[in-house]
Design a protein around this ligand. Structure first.
Ligand SMILES: [Fe+2]
Ligand SMILES: [Fe+2]
Length: 186
């Protein structure tokens, strides 16, 4: 499927603001890919499609995951919204003819991160946090930090802030986020 068809298909399934967010992540991912020597075409596609599974209603995510034999862990069972990442990684193969494993993995880890992340995975995780439509306290600081730090330094800060944010909300921290952060120490 070419990019224009991907956009048409994605737009028909998502609300307008989420479609615009997806375009923002795609553009931001390309900028980061250029900066950190990753594949810009893969970055664009992964950014564009990272939230493809948000086309499903939240209450349907458990069923959509089961239908695809996606394992549901304890945290996901309590917060099914997280599953849009895992489902998205499969949905892009089913519906958007994406065969590239690195793109699928980047979509899979865009919400809670994970072990042994590739540059593309890190780029999509971070682009999702800072794309131009994002507006939350500290987002400009993150954007500026990205200007003059390495990809791993950026990820360490992004993961640390995500964990702090969840703690503030008294929410559940997904173990994958802790694993990803620990890997960047030492
Ligand atoms: Fe997402
Ligand atoms: Fe997103």
């Amino acid at each position: 499927m070419n990019i224009e068809d991907m956009k048409k298909t994605l737009k028909s399934g998502l609300k307008e603001s989420r479609y615009l967010h997806s375009l923002g992540v795609a553009d931001t991912a390309v900028i980061l890919a250029k900066k950190f020597n990753a594949d810009t075409d893969k970055a664009y596609i992964a950014g564009l499609l990272h939230d493809a599974a948000r086309e499903f209603k939240n209450e349907d995510l458990i069923d959509e995951a089961k239908k695809r034999n996606i394992a549901i862990d304890e945290v996901e069972a309590k917060m099914p919204l997280l599953l849009h990442a895992n489902i998205g990684a499969v949905l892009v193969k089913e519906k958007y003819e994406v065969a590239d494993e690195d793109i699928c993995r980047a979509i899979e880890t865009h919400t809670v991160a994970g072990q042994n992340m590739t540059a593309l995975q890190k780029i999509i995780y971070f682009a999702d946090m800072i794309e131009p439509n994002r507006d939350y306290p500290g987002v400009n600081e993150l954007r500026e930090f990205a200007q003059n730090h390495t990809l791993d330094e950026i990820m360490f800060k992004a993961l640390s802030e995500s964990i702090l944010f969840v703690i503030e909300k008294k929410g559940l921290i997904h173990p994958a986020t802790i694993v990803a952060r620990n890997e960047l120490i030492g």
